[in-house]
Design a protein around this ligand. Structure first.
Ligand SMILES: [Zn+2]
Length: 127
């Protein structure tokens, strides 16, 4: 499956977040699997995309790290942690703008109540 063709379902901040995840996964995959991107890493990005599409916090979502929901399946969550730990510190040199955008998001608070109807998925359906 080619995630790049599916990518168009996301827009705005969510598309940028997916792009950030993609860049990080590329850095990780290149160092650990000798390519950008292997099947398993491509599969991981597809999962991330699906979760971003369904994220109830929608376009204004804070960084996933402190999310009370944790929507990733355990296998992918594990993979996310491994990838982020490796690629995180390397991102600032390779993709400074994306990194800064992420750091701003990282300081954002989650709303106390879970919002309704904000997910990219729901927005897409109502267009
Ligand atoms: Zn890989």
């Amino acid at each position: 499956m080619n995630h790049k063709t599916k990518q168009c379902i996301l827009s705005g901040n969510l598309a940028i977040e997916l792009q950030t995840i993609e860049k990080m996964t590329e850095i990780y995959c290149l160092a650990h699997h000798g390519q950008a991107l292997c099947n398993s890493c491509t599969d991981f990005i597809s999962h991330a995309q699906q979760k971003l599409d369904r994220c109830v916090y929608g376009q204004d979502k804070p960084a996933c790290k402190h999310c009370p929901i944790h929507c990733y399946k355990p296998y992918y969550k594990q993979q996310a942690q491994t990838i982020m730990r490796y690629a995180g510190p390397r991102m600032i040199f390779k993709h400074p703008i994306l990194t800064i955008r992420h750091l701003i998001k990282d300081r954002k608070q989650f709303p106390e109540r879970i919002p309704n109807g904000l997910s990219n998925y729901q927005q897409r359906k109502h267009k």
